[in-house]
Structure formats: C-alpha cells, structure tokens
Design a protein around this ligand. Structure first.
Ligand SMILES: NC(=O)c1ccc[n+]([C@@H]2O[C@H](COP(=O)([O-])OP(=O)(O)OC[C@H]3O[C@@H](n4cnc5c(N)ncnc54)[C@H](O)[C@@H]3O)[C@@H](O)[C@H]2O)c1
Length: 226
C-alpha cells in the first residue's frame, strides 16, 4: 500500500486531500500544528523547523507521495509589512516545502518511484496588492517544483504544482465580502472552487495516468487566469 503524507492536512484543502486519498485506498499521514477532527493518522509537526521535520520523519517512515499543502497568509501592503510578516510566510510556505521535500526525497529515490505535489497559488503567477510575501512564496514554489522535477525525473519521480484560484475554505472565509465579489466576477465559471476540486486534481497527479506529467503548474481556478 502506498503511503501519502499531507502537510497542513488538519483542515481546509489539506483535509479534503487527505480524506480523498484515504478513500482511494492509500495509507495517509497528516502533519499539522493543529489537531485534525478526523480519524486519519496525525503527527504534530511544525514544518518550518528543519530539525523537527527530520525527527518526525523517522517516526513517519518511508513516504511514496508527498503533498506540500501547508500555507499561511499575512496580508499587508509592502510599506506596512514588518520583517516578521515576511519571514513567517516565507518560512511556512517556502522553507516548509524545502524541509519536507529534502527529507522524503531520498526514500523515493531509493524506491525509484515517487510523487510530489506542491500547492502554489494563482497569486504566485499574477501577484496581488497586499500579498507580496505570499506571492513571492508561491512563485518560489513554482521554481522549486521545476528544479526538483528536473533533478529526479530519471528516478521515476514526478513533481508538479497546483495553482488554485479562489477556493472556499477558512483561509478565504475571512476575506471581506467586497473582495470575494471582485474574485467571483473575475471567474468565468462563476463560482468559488471547492477543496474537493483540489483533491480531484491531486488524485489525478499521483495516479499512473499522470506518469508523463512533471514540472508543471496546473491552474485550478475556474478560468480566472488564462
Ligand atoms: N483557499 C484558497 O483559496 C487557496 C488558494 C490558493 C492557494 N491556496 C493554498 O492552499 C493551501 C491550503 O490552504 P487552505 O485554504 O486549506 O488553508 P487553511 O488555513 O484552511 O489550512 C492550512 C493548514 O496549514 C496548517 N499549517 C500552518 N502552518 C503550519 C506549519 N508551520 N506546520 C504545519 N502545518 C501548518 C494550518 O494549521 C492549517 O491546518 C495553502 O498552501 C494555501 O496557500 C489556498
């Protein structure tokens, strides 16, 4: 049975991915800093800490599929942004992806099989006023994804990114109503995406049917960015 690890799987998109992969018959492990309300195997891990990730990985064992999903926002116009607002977002969204990929890649290389899916954002492609830290982290994930895809393609490991648009979760729930309306107007399919939409794309990217896809960033945004 293949083992999938999802970071930030306690709620939102990560939880939907974890539940879907479990239904698909995988052994699933969630890493998060908050405890999930689900019966899926859970470890409390702060992915920003290189040493904590290395230590927790010993208990998790070999992982076949890594879903780098954990992410945060701390929105401010640049001139109001404090150093810690920048560091916090880069640390979770980008360094966390490095820490986890660095940790689980050797096991995948040994098995000559692996799947890595990184959750980026359309904001990493088009930018957004008030989200320079978040946009930089999500654009960074795209460059990281392409580099890792090139490094390990010969080992039968694929690495892809998903760039969701506006997905209805707790993260977007806190947006002001007028911002949500502006987003909805810019979406040709005229609805917010769901966590289930993201889980469906993840299921495909880790399947045998996607074995010839690597280094790609796939927008999942109802046509918002094209
Ligand atoms: N919701 C959207 O519209 C949207 C759009 C584009 C991209 N995304 C991305 O999708 C991913 C999931 O977003 P979401 O909306 O489900 O957010 P969410 O806030 O609902 O969930 C994020 C999860 O990450 C966990 N997390 C935060 N810091 C962590 C850390 N240091 N270590 C381990 N876990 C940590 C949180 O505890 C939480 O469970 C994020 O990377 C986000 O940037 C979301």
């Amino acid at each position: 049975m293949k083992v999938a690890l999802i970071t930030g799987g306690a709620k939102g998109i990560g939880k939907a991915i974890a539940e879907r992969l479990k239904i698909n018959g995988l052994k699933v492990i969630i890493w998060d800093i908050i405890e999930p309300k689900t019966d899926i195997s859970f470890m409390k891990v702060d992915i920003t800490s290189f040493s904590e990730v290395k230590e927790a990985a010993k208990a998790a064992g070999d992982i076949d599929i890594l879903i780098n999903n954990a992410g945060i926002t701390c929105d401010k116009l640049l001139l109001r942004m404090k150093e810690e607002d920048w560091d916090k977002v880069i640390s979770v969204n980008l360094k966390g992806v490095f820490n986890c990929t660095h940790t689980f890649l050797p096991g995948m290389i040994r098995k000559r099989w692996g799947r890595i899916v990184n959750i980026s954002s359309v904001i990493g492609l088009i930018g957004n006023a008030g989200q320079s830290n978040y946009a930089a982290s999500k654009a960074g994930i795209i460059g990281f994804t392409k580099s890792i895809a090139r490094e390990v393609a010969s080992r039968n490991i694929t690495c892809n990114a998903i760039a969701p648009g506006y997905i209805a979760t707790e993260m977007t729930e806190k947006l002001p109503q007028e911002v949500k309306e502006v987003y909805l107007k810019s979406i040709p399919l005229k609805r917010a995406g769901t966590s289930g939409d993201v889980a469906s794309l993840v299921s495909f990217l880790i399947s045998d049917g996607a074995s010839y896809i690597t280094g790609q960033t796939i927008n999942l945004d109802g046509g918002m960015v094209m």
